[in-house]
Design a protein around this ligand. Structure first.
Ligand code: KIV
Length: 266
């Protein structure tokens, strides 16, 4: 039985807007979820796992089965954080398939909400999902699932017209029933304007400090994934190097016969 006084719920997140910053991090497995859980408000099982965990060049080939598998693992060791499920590419193209897949997510995992990428063109899908008791987070600005159709990743909201479009998208998603918004890769004034205009929480990634919260991909911020390091990532640990040093020492000790020593032997 979940202790709801301890657990971060949608209501708690919504009350945090304007009072307390929301902290979100990604996790893809039980081990890291349990390490992060005491210190964050939300854990995102992001389709970014397709790049950092599965070694693919973008997020597009992640499947709903893979995302469900990883979310089950995360939920098994998450006690207090709100768990957000990232709907993979192609799983919410229309109302019927979006609802079918989202119901699967709720039935097969403990995720608290789902997230999908898109602006006002996704308003009808979001309305349909929220009318059917699914909590939905919108993802606007830079949308990683559009990388192939747009021919790369680019910062959004540079022109006044783009800024207005992003604000309109945010308002349309809020009106459709979105519970919160992820804003990625936009100029900070755009995220600030959206955050002021909507009454739902905004969580930024590469969107400046004025959002209601921040999210980072764990393997970027802990220094495990260095192939592609956007400017907005702050690296809090040199994890890859630390782990390599430890494994190097283990290998040297096995080769030299100094591990196991008597203290590690029955
Ligand atoms: O997949 C992911 O990790 C995400 C974040 C970049 C917000 O969507």
């Amino acid at each position: 039985m979940i202790n709801l006084s301890h657990k971060t719920t949608l209501k708690k997140l919504q009350k945090m807007k304007g009072h307390e910053k929301i902290v979100m991090i990604t996790a893809y497995d039980a081990l890291f979820a349990s390490i992060f859980d005491p210190y964050v408000d939300m854990i995102l099982v992001g389709d970014s796992l397709n790049m950092s965990f599965s070694g693919k060049r973008d997020t597009l080939s992640a499947t709903i089965d893979q995302m469900i598998y990883h979310t089950q693992a995360v939920c098994s060791k998450t006690e207090k954080s709100f768990v957000l499920f990232d709907m993979p590419f192609g799983t919410y193209s229309d109302k019927a398939s979006a609802l079918k897949n989202a119901v699967r997510v709720y039935q097969e995992t403990g995720a608290d909400a789902i997230k999908l990428e898109g602006g006002k063109e996704k308003a009808e899908v979001i309305r349909h999902l929220s009318d059917n008791a699914i909590a939905v987070f919108g993802h606007i600005g830079l949308k990683p699932q559009s990388v192939r159709s747009e021919g790369g990743y680019s910062i959004k909201g540079k022109s006044e017209q783009e800024k207005q479009e992003i604000i309109e998208n945010a308002l349309a998603l809020e009106k459709a029933g979105a519970a919160a918004l992820i804003i990625e890769g936009v100029k900070p004034d755009v995220a600030e304007a959206v955050t002021e205009r909507v009454s739902i929480p905004t969580i930024g990634i590469g969107a400046g400090v004025e959002c209601d919260g921040q999210v980072l991909v764990w393997s970027d911020m802990l220094g495990f994934f260095e192939e592609f390091m956007p400017k907005f990532v702050k690296q809090y640990l040199d994890g890859g190097k630390l782990v390599q040093e430890a494994v190097k020492q283990y290998a040297a000790e096995v080769k030299s016969g100094t591990f196991p020593d008597p203290s590690h032997t029955y």
